[in-house]
Design a protein around this ligand. Structure first.
Ligand code: HEC
Length: 100
């Protein structure tokens, strides 16, 4: 009896854990909706604003963190980057770098 309950608990915990992973993935995609207006749908820019699609995640997240700390100067990105936690910047960087 006890063992059955334990297995039921583990099964539910397993489902919760797998949902946590997909929620983290959605984080980057949801944030990207706020970037696509300037950087193009799925990061393919058609104008002078740099595209983000397929660039290395490390490059994207470091650039954002440099904008956030004003180490790198831009026109608008310094203000935008300050609106996100470092974890969110990592998430959105992973999302764009994962698009091929
Ligand atoms: C209002 C338009 C606008 C929005 C919205 C915007 N960006 Fe930008 N982004 C720019 C511009 C313009 C630049 C060039 C640097 C500058 O002038 O600030 C840039 C540069 C960048 C760069 C550096 C690219 C490179 O190749 O060096 C990254 C990374 C970036 N943006 C990520 C993002 C992310 C992630 C978001 C969404 C959270 C976002 N941007 C939202 C306009 C925008």
């Amino acid at each position: 009896m006890r063992r059955t309950r334990l297995y039921a608990f583990l099964a539910i915990a397993g489902i919760a854990a797998s949902q946590a992973v997909s929620a983290a993935d959605a984080g980057g995609k949801i944030i990207a909706a706020q970037c696509n207006g300037c950087h193009g749908f799925e990061g393919i820019s058609k104008g002078i604003i740099p595209g983000l699609r397929g660039k290395p995640a490390v490059y994207l997240s470091e650039s954002m963190k440099e904008f956030k700390s004003d180490k790198r100067k831009g026109t608008i990105m310094n203000r935008i980057a300050k609106g996100y936690s470092d974890g969110e910047l990592d998430n959105v960087a992973k999302y764009y770098s994962g698009l091929k």
